[in-house]
Ligand binder design. Structure first.
Ligand SMILES: O=C(O)CCC(=O)C(=O)O
Length: 278
């Protein structure tokens, strides 16, 4: 991964998003893929305490048939989304401490005092996935300020054919009070004028964007999967305004506060011991 904090900050400020190629090293990418493949191999067979976090494509189509030209029975047991990834496998909990991504986040937030919100995986299964509605993330996340960043870790190369994310650069520049609950699903006719950029990048890239950036994406009609592990990260003085809480939410992996460092060390004793002994 290249170390380009000035470029990261200027892309983020101007466009509301940036791409960091090779953010995941080969070993981490392989471990994350394995972790997701363990879940997708037999999702119906998972125990109820994990199955409750799965959103099957068939259920998504029943709720939102307008986003797929296929019907629920045609998509088998493909998954659309896996929430609460850290509960499925330690590899996803340990990802909270993944240094290269934390370094980019620190550059964008301009401080080490940011915290973890949650990790999920959006899957666009080969040949059958739905497309993604146009939306901003902030209305789903329901926080007291918009100082949050969505960080997608691409487990597969993103191409137009497999449903790469599409962004509307500059749309993050909107006053907080103008973001509406309806921005969870913005009809095509209400999209602001301006370019639409299909974010193509290699497997292992990180795509980070401001939670007010309008984005969406096409269906996957190619023969290869398109899976993004998506983390939400929260800057200083920014708090949830609903009852929803997630596993490991609030951990501050780079904080300089001794009590916060102690929390991280006690949460991940073996990892922190390993990194401090080199
Ligand atoms: O995976 C993607 O392309 C985008 C996912 C997304 O927009 C979301 O989960 O809110």
């Amino acid at each position: 991964m290249e170390n380009e904090p000035a470029r990261w900050r200027s892309d983020y400020k101007r466009d509301g998003y940036l791409v960091v190629e090779d953010c995941l090293d080969k070993q981490t990418l392989a471990k994350l893929r394995q972790g997701i493949e363990k879940i997708t191999a037999d999702p119906d067979g998972l125990p109820p305490h994990l199955k409750r976090w799965l959103d099957f494509e068939r259920d998504f189509i029943r709720r939102s048939p307008q986003y797929n030209d296929l019907s629920a029975p045609q998509v088998g047991n493909a998954l659309h989304n896996i929430m609460e990834l850290p509960l499925f496998d330690p590899v996803f909990a340990e990802l909270i401490l993944y240094r290269p991504l934390l370094h980019v986040l620190q550059s964008l937030f301009g401080t080490a005092e940011f915290h973890f919100h949650n990790y999920k995986c959006i899957i666009k299964a080969p040949r059958i996935s739905s497309k993604f509605l146009w939306h901003r993330d902030l209305p789903y996340l329901e926080h007291s300020t918009p100082n949050l960043i969505t960080a997608m870790l691409c487990l597969d190369t993103m191409t137009e054919q497999n449903g790469a994310t599409v962004v509307l650069p500059g749309t993050h520049r909107i006053p907080h009070e103008q973001v509406k609950p309806g921005d969870r699903d913005i009809p095509e006719k209400d999209l602001p004028a301006g370019p639409r950029v299909t974010v193509t990048c290699r497997a292992g890239a990180a795509v980070l964007f401001h939670v007010n950036l309008i984005h969406g994406g096409g269906a996957n009609r190619s023969d290869v999967p398109r899976r993004n592990v998506i983390g939400i990260w929260v800057g200083p003085d920014t708090y949830p305004v609903t009852a929803a809480r997630y596993a490991y939410q609030g951990l501050m992996p780079l904080s300089t506060d001794v009590a916060r460092q102690r929390q991280v060390a006690m949460t991940f004793p073996s990892l922190v011991a390993r990194s401090s002994t080199g």
